[in-house]
Design a protein around this ligand. Structure first.
Ligand code: NUP
Length: 223
């Protein structure tokens, strides 16, 4: 069944905690990015993990030299189940994060996911990212990362990228606020894949109801 990852991009710690309290039963995973961590501190990752016991992925789109990537991964994966990084900086930078993830896995016996961005979902991604996205997807496959990010806003691109990465799980943003349509991507994605939904849940009048609706649509599709 396609899974639901909440993008928890609120900028208030209490709001974040109340939100996950209300809706965590309808979602499979929680994605925490800069808006929440920069407003609340990195400890929010542990707090949300402890509170929900859901998979927590840090969307830090790490894009630095290997030694700096290592430091960022060390701090992040101490609590998070996964980290999102960029691949355009080169495979050594991604491998540096994979090395840290492996170390944590050995130490904690818990899976730590390294997820690589291929093509982003916003309109501007066609300018520089789309021309290299297929190549990035090939690199993701060679590096055997634990997941890739590909856009729900462009189902034809999602299809192409999925074909390249094969059985590597896809984490796909763009449904709802960015105009992507759930029905257009549900036939492309498979049971190991996720859709990411942020504003269409946390900014809706009734986040609990919205999360429930998405979870039901995913369930309905999967029968
Ligand atoms: O290509 C990407 N597009 C994207 O929207 C890669 C991402 N990581 N995201 C993130 O997904 C974005 O930063 C936000 O956290 C979430 C989508 O949120 P929303 O558009 O559903 O509110």
């Amino acid at each position: 069944m396609v899974k639901l990852m909440l993008a928890l991009d609120v900028m208030d710690k209490n709001k974040a905690l109340t939100m996950v309290d209300e809706i965590s039963k309808y979602i499979d995973a929680i994605k925490i990015g800069y808006p929440l961590v920069l407003s609340s501190g990195l400890d929010i990752v542990k707090e949300i993990k402890d509170k929900t016991n859901k998979e927590v992925i840090c969307d830090f789109k790490v894009a630095d030299i290997p030694s700096t990537n290592e430091k960022i991964a060390k701090l992040t994966l101490n609590y998070a189940d996964g980290i999102i990084c960029h691949g355009f900086v080169g495979r050594d930078s991604v491998e540096a994060i994979q090395k840290i993830a492996k170390q944590y896995e050995i130490k904690t016996h818990h899976k730590k996911k390294v997820i690589m961005v291929t093509e982003m979902s916003h309109p501007g991604a066609v300018e520089f990212m789309q021309p290299i996205a297929d190549k990035l997807a090939e690199v993701a496959k060679i590096l055997n990362v634990d997941g890739i990010v590909a856009p729900s806003t462009r189902p034809e691109r999602l299809t192409k990228i999925k074909k390249i990465v094969g059985n590597i799980p896809i984490i796909s943003p763009g449904i709802g606020a960015q105009g992507g349509e759930l029905n257009a991507v549900l036939d492309i994605l498979g049971e190991d894949d996720y859709i990411i939904v942020g504003r269409a849940i946390y900014k809706s009048e009734n986040p609990k109801e919205s999360a429930y609706k998405y979870s039901m649509l995913l369930k309905g599709h999967n029968g």
